[in-house]
Design a protein around this ligand. Structure first.
Ligand SMILES: CCCCCCCC(=O)SCCNC(=O)CCNC(=O)[C@H](O)C(C)(C)COP(=O)(O)OP(=O)(O)OC[C@H]1O[C@@H](n2cnc3c(N)ncnc32)[C@H](O)[C@@H]1OP(=O)(O)O
Length: 236
């Protein structure tokens, strides 16, 4: 169901999660996916010089046609959300265009993230555009994915902080074109520091391990009341 009479505050926004998308947001997702497919297709495209010139012209015309429509203003959307007057479309406007997770972003596989019990879970299939070593996912892209994944452990707590330290140990290559599973959890909180860990898995084999420290700019981290039972799961 599309909630037209619900208003959202910036603090209600969760990484990679949105309210039910409106028809317009669904179309943006379809456009984003189509452009992502185009991006995969363009890699080492085996076309003649004339065909390439023709594609360049078509791409320029598409870009010019879109430019005529303009773009919704990020600042205005953010302002409405900070005032607690954001619509569902304002939330999807922010979340759906995030790098790697945004369902409407041409730069996303997309990586899907969700909470499951005391864990953050994730899944994505990465194409050639994300390649590092031949046939494998670029280590820096894995770092970006882990930064976003571990940041989502903050869904369990009241504060929103920034990445202080992210340690990554690459155990094995992570292949392209196969489902990649992600998992993260809170380890402990020490005042303004939140310590968490994450891992990456492909076909049951762990390929990456990570540890992170997030820092709350102000205010000590504490669990949201609805996640109070996680206290027992957090190691002392
Ligand atoms: C709101 C939306 C957020 C979206 C985030 C998206 C994810 C990101 O990309 S974040 C961008 C990358 N990260 C950054 O740019 C952070 C840059 N660094 C900073 O701004 C500051 O160094 C900051 C805020 C981390 C810490 O500064 P400050 O508040 O002065 O901390 P400070 O008082 O020195 O230290 C507080 C505690 O944290 C610890 N600490 C400080 N920095 C770090 C760090 N980088 N790593 C680990 N621990 C740290 C200190 O040791 C201290 O611990 P203790 O209380 O045990 O002694």
């Amino acid at each position: 169901m599309i909630m037209t009479d619900t208003f959202y505050h910036f603090r209600d926004i969760r990484v990679a999660e949105t309210p039910a998308p409106s028809p317009r947001a669904e179309l943006h997702r379809e456009l984003g996916r189509t452009l992502a497919e185009l991006n995969e297709q363009v890699l080492r495209l085996d076309a003649s010089d004339d065909q390439l010139r023709d594609y360049i012209q078509q791409a320029r015309e598409l870009k010019a046609a879109m430019a005529e429509q303009g773009q919704r203003d990020y600042g205005t959307t953010l302002r409405r959300l900070l005032d607690g007057e954001g619509t569902g479309d304002d939330v999807t406007d922010l979340v759906d265009f995030e790098i790697l997770t945004g369902k409407a972003s041409p730069l996303s596989p997309p990586l899907e993230l969700w909470l499951e019990g005391d864990k953050v879970k994730g899944r994505g299939i990465f194409g050639l555009a994300f390649q590092g070593p031949p046939g494998r996912l670029h280590g820096g892209v894995i770092g970006l994915a882990l930064d976003i994944l571990l940041a989502k452990t903050q869904d369990f707590v009241e504060q929103i902080g920034v990445t202080g330290t992210l340690k990554i140990r690459y155990l094995a290559g992570t292949p392209l074109h196969k489902p990649v599973e992600f998992e993260a959890r809170l380890i402990r909180m020490e005042g303004r520091k939140l310590i968490c860990e994450g891992s990456v898995w492909v076909e049951g084999q762990q390929t990456v391990a990570a540890e992170g420290i997030w820092i709350s700019p102000r205010g000590d981290y504490r669990l949201k009341p609805e996640y109070a039972e996680l206290e027992a799961a957090i190691r002392a």
